[in-house]
Design a protein around this ligand. Structure first.
Ligand SMILES: C[S@@+](CC[C@H](N)C(=O)[O-])C[C@H]1O[C@@H](n2cnc3c(N)ncnc32)[C@H](O)[C@@H]1O
Length: 227
């Protein structure tokens, strides 16, 4: 599915497009759309894993969930479906362009319980007390023990976390490392920590369950933050 379709552009929003206020129909800048389109092209294989990752958060109606480094907002539909209109989703993203696309996605769907913050995931302005946190391909945080520890203090004791993304395969699948680096390298950060990207998280989440996918090129991990 193309980016415009996923944003609701061209779908006519069930024929209601003509009735929409102008600011709702305003598109993100072309720089933002280009960046988001490039991101979606590179990550389309990961799309099939997103729902599985969000499922592992075991969200309930009314929960507050952090979407850490939310990018263009590709996980928002699955999160919104689970927390419902009474929950709260707080997306955090450093790239102004990707945040612009995420905001557009939210505006088009008319979601009122999604807050998108232009912040670093450890910013002091982040609200505390979230029930759960999603770290989907959020290697910038997962690979920094300091940032990760700061982020986890924002959650309630016993909060649920789910982390997933790409990893470098080993054993017989070792040659696939070249493929992973070529496709995702620019987004992965320091590759030396990518054999087990969940390692820093496991120090805070004693019951962390990790499953590998895609011949060892991806993983999904979930558990409960130590109280
Ligand atoms: C690979 S993308 C993942 C996006 C999204 N979570 C997903 O599942 O598609 C990593 C994101 O982290 C963002 N990022 C990198 N460093 C960051 C930081 N310090 N604070 C917030 N976001 C950051 C990037 O802009 C990018 O959008």
């Amino acid at each position: 599915m193309g980016l415009a379709t996923r944003l609701g552009i061209g779908l006519g929003l069930d024929g209601r497009a003509a009735l929409m206020p102008a600011d709702l129909m305003a598109l993100p800048s072309s720089a933002a759309l280009d960046l988001a389109a490039d991101y979606e092209r590179r990550t389309f294989l990961y799309d099939g894993w997103r729902d599985q990752l969000v499922e592992r958060l075991a969200l309930r109606r009314g929960d507050t969930v952090l979407d850490v480094s939310c990018g263009p907002g590709l996980n928002l539909p699955a999160l919104r479906e689970r927390v419902g209109p009474s929950g709260l989703i707080i997306g955090i993203e450093e790239s102004p362009e990707l945040l612009e696309v995420a905001r557009h996605r939210v505006r088009l769907r008319g979601w009122r319980n999604v807050r998108l913050l232009p912040a670093a995931p450890t910013s002091a302005e982040l609200p505390t007390g979230a029930d759960a946190a999603l770290l989907s391909a959020a290697d910038d945080v997962l690979q920094s023990p300091t940032r990760l520890a700061q982020l986890l203090t924002r959650l309630i004791p016993g909060a649920r976390v789910a982390a997933g993304g790409w990893k470098l395969p080993s054993g017989l699948m070792w040659p696939l490392r070249f493929y992973v680096k070529a496709l995702y390298g620019p987004m992965m950060g320091a590759t030396e920590r990518l054999d087990e990207p969940w390692r820093a998280l496991s120090r805070h989440v004693p019951d962390l369950v990790v499953g590998e996918l895609g011949f060892g090129t991806g993983y999904l991990a979930h558990g409960t933050v130590r109280t």
